[in-house]
Design a protein around this ligand. Structure first.
Ligand SMILES: [Fe+2]
Length: 575
């Protein structure tokens, strides 16, 4: 049984392929197209997945897409009738998208030469939030769990809660478009001068520099309901009448302007993109983050009481709020939490396929997914052939010598590009396509920003820590395989690892498992042997572009930045 899952015509378009319910490959299309959040038909991701599975489209049993235009159709029509003018615009934009989706089989014909009539019977539309929920629950280690999907919007829903048991999930309740936690956060993201799709993490990074002085004002915008869900004051948001995210011919998602004049009355003038960040901006970011955390804790606390379950799975764009995620255990009644590596819309490919396999076909569960390494891989021989062709001098070293060489460079202090094994699925670099630094170096952050990243100085860098040492360095001990949670760093350790300690004394950690990331584990362990610190600074291997996918892209990034060393599998290139 082969299932090919897709997220198509949607931001972070992607493909994932399963054989008998086992994940064989998953990747975002942006990694091939080299355009962040690329939203279109993921032909290259599909080609990659088929190749990895050794299958052709003919052999694929089902093609699932994490979107169902028929979902909540009655509610959609009612909503549009309420506002005929705004509705017409919305309908036009939606129809454009639906026409694209209706022609999915034609896209397969165009790209793969398979007749549409062969592909069409294989296609299954799986509703957006059910796909999110499936991406978390069916990949989780839990036999039974509560489930929350929460994002901007998808298939006229913005939040969905449910329970999963074995091969089945049941939806308990949902919040209809446009009332949305994701849109709420995005509106403030825009207001604070970060206009691009996916900029929300900048507000999250900025929040610790401020005090939550405006929580009363921010709370006026939202209303927490007694049923454990929420409402908002529609006067503050334009999205009540317009589609939030649109895509042009370039397939780059664009977020429409979300806040209204009423928003200005309460919060003043918005910040323009290049304007200096004032303390008031930082305080507003802190307030928005605080209220978002309160809302999520409100939803989860009710969900826990309602289900009586102790385990919970979360997915959707809001599940990328790693600061909030780090606070759920101990505040909501839940004691265990699973969030997939691609909790955002790229995960719809994986989720829709898992939904079809378990929920629809009633197939038994498989081993949980703890590895995000499902993308491109290149052998040492391929890399050597490439470097020789490019006339780049390099040294090929065995792992043990290699680890020592890299650690020498990090201690110098230097910045190292680390390209190892299969690329990650999801937004975080987890030691397969990472840039590494010495976490003890107080200047590492400035060094990285100067040499490579040139990004906003307020954004933190993350620690990858050997799993066994989490309790020594962090206030909480939980598994964080996908860098999906932020925890306080112990006070007495903060000065030891300043480069990965954020201004509020926290770190967005990745717990590194020996079985899942043997080479990355080996490298960090070597750093521990030499320095006593079981941690490396880890940031994504890119420079204002999607994370590098191939040795050529890694070399290109190395050459155009001031990175000190590049490691491509076992081949080392020094500047
Ligand atoms: Fe979503």
């Amino acid at each position: 049984m082969i299932i090919l899952g897709l997220n198509a015509y949607h931001a972070d378009s992607s493909a994932a392929i399963f054989k008998d319910g086992v994940l064989i490959a998953a990747t975002e299309e942006e990694r091939f197209r080299r355009i962040k959040h690329w939203a279109g038909f993921p032909s290259q991701a599909i080609e990659f997945c088929l190749k990895e599975a050794g299958a052709t489209i003919d052999q694929v049993d089902y093609i699932t897409i994490g979107r169902d235009p028929r979902a909540k159709l009655g509610k959609k029509i009612l909503f549009l009738l309420k506002d005929p003018l705004g509705g017409i615009k919305t309908v036009r934009q939606r129809l454009a998208n639906r026409q694209q989706i209706a022609s999915l089989e034609q896209e397969f014909e165009k790209h793969f030469g398979i007749p549409a009539q062969v592909v069409k019977p294989k296609i299954r539309n799986i509703e957006h939030h059910r796909s999110h929920m499936a991406s978390a629950f069916f990949a989780s280690p839990f036999e039974e769990a509560a489930i929350l999907s929460i994002d901007g919007a998808g298939d006229f829903t913005t939040t969905m809660i449910g329970v999963g048991k074995g091969s089945k999930m049941e939806v308990l309740d949902s919040v209809d478009f446009p009332v949305s936690c994701g849109t709420f956060y995005t509106a403030f993201t825009q207001f604070l001068g970060f206009p691009h799709y996916g900029d929300e993490y900048k507000v999250m990074g900025l929040a610790p520099y401020g005090q939550p002085k405006y929580v009363d004002e921010v709370r006026q915008v939202l209303r927490f309901k007694d049923n454990g869900l929420f409402d908002w004051d529609a006067d503050y948001f334009k999205s009540a009448r317009e589609v939030v995210v649109t895509y042009g011919d370039d397939h780059i998602p664009v977020v429409g302007n979300l806040f209204t004049a009423r928003f200005h009355q309460l919060f003043g003038e918005p910040r323009s993109k290049n304007e200096e960040l004032t303390q008031a901006h930082k305080d507003l970011a802190a307030s928005v983050q605080r209220v978002t955390e309160e809302l999520l804790i409100h939803i989860l606390t009710h969900l826990q009481k309602r289900t009586g379950l102790k385990k919970v799975c979360i997915a959707g764009g809001v599940a990328q709020n790693s600061v909030a995620n780090g606070k759920f255990i101990g505040t909501t009644g839940f004691t265990e939490l699973y969030i997939p590596s691609a909790g955002h819309d790229a995960g719809l490919s994986m989720g829709s396929a898992l939904y079809q396999y378990h929920q629809v076909l009633n197939s038994p569960r498989n081993a949980p997914v703890y590895s995000a390494y499902t993308g491109s891989k290149f052998s040492n021989d391929e890399i050597e052939a490439f470097l020789k062709k490019k006339a780049i001098s390099y040294t090929r070293l065995e792992d043990d010598v290699l680890y020592d060489t890299v650690v020498d460079k990090l201690i110098e202090p230097g910045v190292v590009g680390w390209f190892s094994g299969r690329a990650e699925f999801g937004p975080r670099a987890l030691g397969a396509r990472s840039i590494l630094g010495d976490p003890r170096n107080p200047k590492a952050k400035d060094l990285l920003n100067l040499k490579i990243k040139r990004r906003e100085s307020f954004r933190p860098f993350a620690p990858s820590i050997l799993k066994e040492y989490v309790g020594e360095y962090f206030e909480k001990v939980e598994d964080v395989p996908f860098m999906e949670k932020v925890f306080p760093i112990k006070k007495d350790k903060q000065a030891l690892i300043p480069a990965v300690t954020h201004v509020d004394g926290t770190g967005r950690l990745q717990t590194v498992h020996k079985e899942i990331s043997p080479r990355y584990y080996g490298l960090i362990n070597k750093f521990r042997e030499r320095t006593g610190v079981p941690i490396l600074l880890n940031t994504s291997f890119n420079e204002n572009e999607p994370i590098v996918n191939t040795p050529a892209e890694a070399l290109d990034c190395f050459l155009r930045t001031q990175m000190d060393m590049l490691v491509l599998e076992n081949c080392v290139i020094v500047r």
